[in-house]
Structure formats: structure tokens, C-alpha cells
Design a protein around this ligand. Structure first.
Ligand code: 5GP
Ligand code: MN
Length: 337
């Protein structure tokens, strides 16, 4: 038996919004990860099976290995399909906002979503959500937004009707947001839900291989380079920092998603409980923070750079150079750790 997490009134309200809607849009955050894509496509397949006209709109590209998920090729990307995305938003009755807690997390997509008159439902597991939706289903204790999507569909009474494609996408996001069930995965419900997904016919092992063992040779070599040449350890602060410049990305023919998971690697070193990855992007430095145990990287990401996420996994952006960004971190380590 799975514990009831989503409030009954929210289940009833969302169920009615879905019944009343013909055209539905699903949006998720910038640099979409497995949970953003999995929850969006998981819900997409369910709503499609209910006869709805549904589109997933994401701010920017998804990693290549995520095309393993069914209908990933139907996703509309706002950064290069603005007109199409705007038309879809203008015509829709209902917008699901999945796996983000504040409108700035969807970048340029935030204005059209904010301006839309459609009803909005937030489903998310990040800390401290903003109030930009009519219905808010926010549960930071969940492994993933995918887990919430499973719970919502089941609670609305559609477990039996849930298509296999939904179950596959939900399973993928639950795996990626928990590092293959290695963190945020201590609640028994996570395994009960995994069991229910397997009963639907999901080939979890094959899905795992497609997502986690599907990298390019370039990515593997970049990983080796990062660990050998670029990982800086601060033993007195139990912290590791990795940096990746645009020039280095060019050298390894970097593709979106190629540095996914790099930030987790230093945590397998004894005594390292905080890991920070700084990557140069077009308009900013993108930071990823990871920790183990009680050390709260959400606080660090938020106070130093205005970012956020979860206690053990957070992110942020910084407008300064790589050197400036690194300096902020180095000066902060003695204070935070
Ligand atoms: P990642 O390091 O994988 O990009 O992100 C880790 C977590 O932090 C994710 O849950 C993500 O949603 C959140 N996150 C990533 N970047 C940002 C950011 O720029 N701002 C905020 N508030 N959260 C972020
Ligand atoms: Mn997530």
C-alpha cells in the first residue's frame, strides 16, 4: 500500500481541470534533466491516452540519451521554436508546470507561461516554491517529480489505464533523480512504486542501460580529463571543485548532457562530502552543488549565487568569469564548512 501524499482536494481539483480541458501544455525547467523530461513525457502519454491534445514545451535542448524515452522527439523547444510554442500556449486550457519551483527556472518561457490565462498546476519536489499556479502539489520529500506524477495518476483512479509509455518515462525520471536509486531513495514507497511500474511491463534494466550506459567516447575521455587534470580537492573543507571551460568543451566535441553526473563523482572519495562543478555557458557560469549527509548545499547555492534546489543537490548561475566564480567559492568554504 502506497502512503497517500497528495492532498485529496488537489487530486479532485486536478482531475476536474483535466476533464474540462481539451488542450494541455506541459512545461519544465531549463537544461532539462531526466526527471524534468520523464515527468513531462510520463504525464504527456497519460493525458494523450485520455484523448487530450497535449504538447510538452521545454526551454532548451535535452541530452541525446533522453531520446530513449517514447515521444521525446515530439518535444517543442522554446529557444528555437518560439512561434510554435507561443501558438500552443495561446490555445491551451491547462498548463502543468513540472519539476521547478519558480518561473525564472524556465528562462524565456516564463513570460508566455505567466501571461497565459490557462489554469496552471504545479507539481514539484524542490524546496520553497513560488505561488505562480492555481493548484500547487509541492512535496520536497519525494524522490522525484516522476514519483508525484505516478501518485497523481494512480490517485485519480487511472493506474490500470496508465499506458506503458507513461510508466517507462516515470521509471526513467525516478532512476535519474536518485542516481539509480542511490540517494533520495530511502522511503519504502519508492520501491513499491518501482514494483508497480515493473508490473506495467517496464524493462527497468534495459531502460537503465539506455540512459546510463549510452555515452559517447568523447564524454568518457572528457570525464577522464576532468578527474585527472581538473578536480581540485580542498581536504580541510572536505570539498572538491571541478571546472569546465568552453575551450575545453570544444576540445572534447561537447554535446548537451555530456557533463551530466560529473559533479557526483568526487563524492565517492573518502572524506569528501561536498562537490561543486562550474561549467562555462553562453551567458553565465552554471554551478552544480552536491553533498552527502547533513551538509546543506541548497543554502550555499542560494546565499552565494541566488540558486537553489534540494539539500543534497542544488544549482545556480553566476554572471562573473570562471575565476571570479571560483574565488567566491574558495572564500566561502571556510565560512560554510
Ligand atoms: P543540477 O546541478 O543537476 O543542474 O541541479 C541540481 C538541482 O538544483 C536540481 O534540482 C535543479 O532543479 C536545481 N537547480 C539547478 N540550477 C538551478 C538554478 O540556477 N537555480 C535554482 N533555483 N535551482 C537550480
Ligand atoms: Mn527533479
Amino acid at each position: 500500500m502506497i502512503t497517500k501524499i497528495i492532498q485529496e482536494e488537489n487530486v479532485i481539483a486536478v482531475s476536474k481541470l483535466i476533464s474540462d480541458a481539451g488542450k494541455i501544455i506541459i512545461v519544465s525547467h531549463k537544461r532539462p534533466d531526466g526527471d524534468a523530461i520523464g515527468s513531462s513525457l510520463g504525464l504527456y502519454h497519460f493525458l494523450k491516452s485520455q484523448g487530450k491534445e497535449v504538447s510538452v514545451i521545454l526551454p532548451d535542448a535535452i541530452p541525446g540519451y533522453m531520446y530513449a524515452l517514447p515521444s521525446a522527439d515530439t518535444i517543442v523547444f522554446y529557444d528555437n521554436q518560439k512561434t510554435k510554442a507561443q501558438e500552443l500556449i495561446d490555445k491551451c486550457d491547462l498548463i502543468f508546470c513540472l519539476d521547478f519551483n519558480a518561473l525564472d527556472r524556465i528562462g524565456n518561457l516564463s513570460a508566455p507561461v505567466n501571461d497565459s490565462k490557462a489554469k496552471k498546476v504545479l507539481m514539484d519536489h524542490h524546496l520553497h516554491h513560488d505561488n505562480f499556479c492555481d493548484i500547487i502539489i509541492s512535496h520536497p520529500e519525494m524522490s522525484s517529480t516522476c514519483e508525484l506524477v505516478f501518485r497523481l495518476i494512480s490517485r485519480m483512479g487511472y493506474y490500470d489505464a496508465m499506458p506503458l509509455e507513461s510508466a517507462q518515462c516515470i521509471c526513467a525520471g525516478m532512476m535519474t533523480d536518485t542516481g539509480g536509486l542511490s540517494y533520495n531513495a530511502n522511503r519504502p514507497d519508492v520501491y513499491t512504486i518501482m514494483g508497480e511500474l515493473l508490473k506495467k511491463g517496464v524493462d527497468k534494466d534495459a531502460l537503465y542501460r539506455k540512459i546510463f550506459n549510452n555515452y559517447s567516447e568523447n564524454r568518457m575521455r572528457l570525464m577522464g580529463y576532468m578527474l585527472y587534470e581538473k578536480m581540485k580537492i580542498y581536504p580541510e573543507y572536505h570539498t572538491a571543485v571541478l571546472t569546465l571551460s568552453y575551450k575545453e568543451m570544444l576540445r572534447f566535441n561537447y554535446q548537451p548532457g555530456d557533463s551530466e553526473g560529473f559533479v557526483n563523482m568526487p563524492l565517492s572519495i573518502d572524506h569528501v562530502f561536498c562537490s561543486i562543478f562550474i561549467k562555462e555557458e553562453k551567458e553565465c557560469m552554471k554551478l552544480s552543488f552536491r553533498s552527502q549527509g547533513d551538509f546543506d548545499v541548497n543554502k550555499m547555492a542560494n546565499e552565494l549565487f541566488g540558486g537553489g534546489g534540494h539539500k543534497n543537490a542544488s544549482g545556480a548561475e553566476n554572471k562573473g568569469t570562471m575565476e571570479e566564480t571560483l574565488k567566491i567559492i574558495e572564500e566561502a568554504l571556510p565560512i560554510y564548512i
